[in-house]
Design a protein around this ligand. Structure first.
Ligand code: HEC
Length: 278
């Protein structure tokens, strides 16, 4: 793979900078994906799930080595055991999900009309626990990341398919997520887009900045720098901290909406979690 050090000027406007007066997620997605396909004409849509590996030969070589013994495999195995273990009431996680939870991860986050809120896969796992008399798990690491890893592995390759229904609250959640993504914050005054749109493919210290397109597709993932698995919200917290801004709570509306917007932008890309990153 060629190193694509596309010198995007930092003044390049974000693909969705001009807010439409009426929310139009489908048009946004087309513009968002089109922007990257134009910036990196050699990169096919499905390749975006590989994030930084498209832009760094040394990282992609490292990746090939890592993938001989995928470091997330233990999480998938542990997650499967947990997924199949009965709650004290005799039910399992399968009872809480469509199709018994198999092959459905690509449909999350989902809008829940009953509560008017976005539900990520992690939050759905916790809801299932509470419905069966169990305590919630941490949304960032540990057993919940393992269960997510297992469930996501059963969706491998399925096109991401987040739905935004014609419901004012769903559209508002989408718009809030979009706004979060483009809002500058923290002492460094960077938005998510500053790094993952305007500087996509460029280097930041030791890292290559992944394009915003595909950012959600390989979660949960094993990061060598974490030394274990983490969910998408773990990464949100990390990226908030990078710019010295106060992270939101893992189950906050802000992060749910952000995940809703970002994953919707990835619609059509193959579900690729669990993943591995340097
Ligand atoms: C100062 C630059 C910077 C900003 C601002 C930033 N990130 Fe990141 N982000 C990084 C770096 C560096 C990485 C690790 C390398 C990579 O994959 O891009 C990363 C990785 C990620 C990843 C994992 C990608 C993968 O494939 O492993 C996600 C998801 C992500 N960022 C989301 C966000 C979100 C959401 C925001 C806004 C709240 C944000 N980032 C803001 C620098 C930034």
């Amino acid at each position: 793979m060629r190193l694509a050090f596309i010198a995007l000027a930092l003044t390049v406007s974000a693909p969705l900078a001009q807010a439409a007066s009426q929310p139009d997620p489908a048009a946004d997605m087309k513009a968002f994906q089109g922007y990257f396909l134009k910036q990196f004409p050699k990169l096919p849509l499905a390749a975006y799930v590989n994030g930084p590996y498209n832009f760094s030969k040394s990282e992609s070589d490292q990746w090939k080595q890592i993938m001989e013994f995928p470091p997330y495999q233990f999480a998938v195995d542990d997650g499967k055991k947990l997924f199949e273990t009965k709650f004290p009431d005799g039910k399992t996680y399968a009872s809480c999900f469509p199709n018994g939870g198999i092959g459905i991860a690509q449909n999350y986050p989902m809008f829940d009309a009953k509560t008017g809120k976005v539900v990520t896969l992690g939050i759905a796992i916790n809801r299932c626990r509470v419905a069966n008399g169990q305590k919630k798990l941490k949304l960032t690491v540990g057993p919940l990341a393992d269960i997510s890893a297992y469930m996501t592995s059963t969706s491998d390759g399925k096109p991401i398919n987040v739905v935004i229904p014609h419901n004012p609250k769903a559209l508002a959640a989408y718009e809030a997520g979009k706004e979060y993504f483009y809002t500058r914050r923290g002492q460094l005054n960077f938005s998510c887009a500053s790094c993952h749109v305007q500087a996509a493919g460029m280097h930041l210290r030791g890292d290559v900045l992944s394009p915003a397109l595909g950012l959600t597709a390989a979660f949960p993932l094993y990061r060598s720098s974490w030394g274990d698995m983490g969910t998408l919200v773990r990464r949100f917290i990390g990226c908030n901290q990078k710019v010295k801004s106060e992270p939101s709570k893992p189950d906050s509306t802000a992060y749910r909406d952000l995940a809703y917007f970002m994953t919707y932008m990835d619609n059509g890309l193959p579900e690729s979690g669990p993943g591995a990153r340097p």
